[in-house]
Design a binder for this molecule. Structure first.
Ligand code: ZN
Length: 124
């Protein structure tokens, strides 16, 4: 399995993609978000990016937050071996039902915090 840093970048890429799409096109705020997306894409391995783009084309996320027992995408129960893997820090698994990465790292609070930080640092 690859490092969790790549997964967090991939998670941010999903979030930023949705955020950019919700902003008025061509405005400074959207340009800043698009620049952030470009920077993230440069850091991610090509294989992960290719997977992300295939998922995005079908309007699906490439990585979701799991509760530790079921997939955050399709909500089906994950096999025992995968839930065990997910309990270890820094790990992520691939859902055998819907083919999306699952991670339990970073709490919702951290996630909300990073979204807040992002909004503050962006021009209005
Ligand atoms: Zn799934």
């Amino acid at each position: 399995m690859q490092s969790i840093e790549g997964m967090q970048d991939l998670y941010s890429l999903n979030w930023l993609g949705r955020f950019a799409a919700s902003l008025p096109a061509g405005k400074a705020r959207q340009k800043a978000v698009l620049a952030e997306i470009a920077a993230l894409r440069e850091r991610l391995p090509v294989s992960l990016l290719a997977f992300h783009d295939r998922q995005a084309k079908q309007k699906k996320p490439s990585v979701v937050r799991s509760n530790g027992t079921s997939c955050g995408g399709c909500h089906l129960r994950l096999p025992m071996g995968l839930t065990h893997e997910l309990r270890m820090p820094g790990r992520f698994v691939f859902c055998p039902h819907c083919s999306v990465f699952n991670t339990t790292d970073a709490s919702r609070a951290q996630e909300a915090e990073s979204e807040k930080t992002l909004k503050v640092s962006l021009p209005e």
